[in-house]
Design a binder for this molecule. Structure first.
Ligand SMILES: Nc1ncnc2c1ncn2[C@@H]1O[C@H](COP(=O)(O)OP(=O)(O)OP(=O)(O)O)[C@@H](O)[C@H]1O
Length: 626
């Protein structure tokens, strides 16, 4: 029987290629890792200064330089941070996954503010080998009397460590770029990668194209050269206290970061220190039209280092419709996304952001109601989407949901129901297409009835959601039923014979045995015919169309009813002349035309029906001209 305990052994020759290849999915991440190490080195030095372990010389300009030399095939990252001694290189660089950042924090645990150091895992430096064949470190430590050190490694497991030549405190990392990284040997991709990840890093980052500098020197005509400008903004707006930020600053920041020249509607400045550290600004963008892509962009930062756009695991999905930046140094971002998804801490962050957004909206509703109404057309899809996606969000915003009425006013469902109780019997009538349903809208207006406009694609799922949450709210499209207030007082029995006669007549004229006809006495005598389709049937039809039940959509028995107004003279004409054989042709034409007219304000006509309708309309007009 075999019974043995032991520890697995890992050989660095085996693990190194894995780190190189799989540690990060994006090649360009080396830029982020090396520049953040350079910034860390400066932060650490500043901390040593604060703690009295070192005195920063006067006039020190802390900076990171990225030098590209296409001819030599090198990229250098140069900092004037704390540098490393030979021992530190042995410990932090040679021992893969031994994080100097962790070590530094442990060493100065009580004295230093932990939050600002970026590194955690002790692997970032090795991302250099994703693009470089050979990496050299030239460094001089801040420690008094330290000797400069040079470390070199060609991506195997061997390295050389020797005395270096660096004379100033700090570190130069030189990447001898191999085939895998050659795309970064051009100015544009390298510079834009720096801008992508490092736009808000805490120290000035300068880009220098050495080959260009050389040609400039050769052709120098004593012209004053411009002062070089850093690529980054070391003091991003989100780190400032909200009270110290001006409206113009927010707008300028928005323009710059999102390249959106439409002004944002409003914004939320997130500023939290406890129980976790989170700062950021969320902007509500202006949407130009309903069909515009609503996709927003939330940039996630970790200590001013860009991590990624739109990380769903941290930022609630519906908030991705907004534009903004979130900086959360506490996030364990190097771990897998599935971990993030299940992490309670991450959920708390996400809940916090959701709560802040809901608070801002309710605050606006209460204190700046006029502005809130002005913004509503732009923000309602977002608020509705949020309500669908997140119950907690819904319960916070449900009392501030408003709807535009056919009179152009904004009203809550509660107020709508209250106001229209008598006429609507608790139903909420709505319009999905103002143009197409204009006939019904007109009818409503004539009878001083109200309906709300729900024309966005989010509205259908949204009203189903409201109905499921609020038991006494029932939505009905404006053409789903005839409200009693549109009709004159007359009893059903009285209208029965007319209904029978006209149903037979229309069925014959339209050659449609299943057509349902209902005769009503409508107050508006100009109105001859209209289609109604019960809310349930229409929703069923729409659903089957949406889910593409092939054939079903088309073949589904239609529950449409043709309503004819007995008070209208054309309908009356049909009633009076339906047995008159000599007028058969006219009667058929009128039936067809009335049916098409009714259909037209209910849904678009099919191409064939449309062609017939136009032909018939022309024929009818020519009769007038006779
Ligand atoms: N430019 C630099 N100046 C001084 N020390 C550095 C520099 N670059 C790397 N180091 C040291 O090497 C250590 C290892 O770096 P590495 O990037 O691999 O890991 P990390 O920054 O600790 O964590 P992470 O994997 O999250 O980046 C750092 O913690 C730091 O002590």
């Amino acid at each position: 029987m075999i019974n043995e305990n032991g520890s697995l052994s890992i050989h660095s020759e085996n693990i190194f290629p894995i780190i190189k290849k799989w540690l990060y999915s994006d090649h360009d991440i080396f830029v982020r890792e090396l520049i953040s190490n350079a910034c860390d080195a400066i932060t650490k030095l500043k901390k040593l200064d604060i703690m009295g372990e070192y005195t920063i010389p006067d006039n020190t300009h802390f900076k990171v330089e990225v030098k590209l030399n296409e001819n030599n095939k090198t990229i250098q990252i140069i900092d004037n941070g704390l540098g490393m001694t030979a021992d530190e290189i042995k410990q932090y660089i040679n021992q893969i996954a031994f994080s100097g950042a962790e070590d530094f924090l442990n060493k100065y645990k009580d004295k230093a503010n932990q939050e600002q150091i970026i590194g955690h895992f002790g692997l970032g430096f090795y991302s250099a080998f994703m693009v470089a064949d050979t990496v050299t470190i030239d460094t001089l430590s801040y420690v008094d009397g330290a000797t400069p050190v040079k470390w070199e490694c060609d991506g195997g497991t061997e390295f050389t460590l020797s005395e270096g030549t660096r004379t100033e405190r700090g570190t130069t990392i030189t990447l001898h770029i191999g085939d895998e990284g050659k795309e970064f040997l051009r100015e544009y991709p390298l510079k834009s990668t720096i801008e992508k990840y490092c736009s808000f890093m805490p120290y000035d980052i300068f880009f220098i194209n050495e080959n260009e500098e050389e040609t400039k020197k050769e052709t120098d005509t004593k012209e004053e050269t411009e002062e070089p400008q850093p690529l980054n903004d070391t003091n991003p707006l989100w780190l400032k206290h909200p009270n110290d930020c001006t409206e113009e600053e927010y707008k300028a920041f928005y323009r710059k970061v999102f390249m959106d020249f439409k002004e944002p509607l409003f914004w939320i400045h997130l500023n939290m220190d406890y129980p976790f550290n989170l700062k950021g600004i969320l902007f509500f963008p202006k949407i130009n039209n309903e069909y515009e892509n609503m996709e927003g962009r939330i940039k996630l930062f970790n200590n001013q280092v860009f991590v990624a756009d739109n990380i769903k695991e941290v930022i609630p999905e519906f908030l991705l419709l907004l534009k903004g930046v979130i900086d959360c140094p506490d996030l364990p971002l190097n771990v897998s996304r599935s971990f993030l998804q299940n992490d309670g801490f991450v959920r708390k962050i996400s809940d916090y952001i959701t709560k802040k957004v809901a608070d801002k909206l309710t605050g606006l509703y209460k204190t700046e109601n006029e502005s809130f109404i002005k913004y509503w057309d732009d923000i309602h899809p977002f608020v509705k989407f949020g309500s669908l996606k997140d119950d907690k969000f819904y319960s916070k915003v449900k009392d501030i949901l408003i709807y535009k009425s056919i009179y152009g006013e904004y009203i809550s469902i509660k107020d709508y129901i209250e106001k229209n109780k008598e006429k609507n019997k608790d139903k909420v009538f709505y319009v999905t297409d103002e143009q197409q349903q204009s006939q019904y809208i007109e009818l409503f207006k004539q009878n001083e009835m109200d309906a709300i406009i729900l024309s966005h694609s989010i509205d259908q799922p949204f009203i189903s959601h409201i109905e499921s949450q609020e038991k006494d709210v029932k939505f009905a499209r404006i053409d789903s039923d005839l409200s009693d207030s549109l009709k004159e007082d007359s009893n059903e029995e009285e209208l029965k014979p007319a209904t029978e006669t006209l149903e037979n007549l229309f069925r014959k004229a339209l050659a449609n045995e299943n057509l349902k006809v209902k005769v009503e006495s409508l107050k508006n005598i100009d109105l001859s015919s209209m289609i109604i389709l019960s809310e349930e049937s229409r929703r069923m039809q729409e659903m089957s169309k949406m889910y593409g039940f092939a054939g079903l959509g088309g073949n589904m028995p239609s529950d449409e009813t043709l309503v004819l107004n007995k008070k209208n003279s054309l309908v009356q004409y049909l009633l009076d002349n339906n047995t008159n054989e000599t007028k058969l042709e006219d009667i058929t034409m009128i039936c067809e035309q009335l049916y098409d007219l009714a259909l037209l304000s209910h849904k678009p006509l099919q191409p064939e029906a449309m062609t017939k309708f136009i032909k018939r309309s022309n024929a009818l007009l020519s009769r007038l001209a006779l």
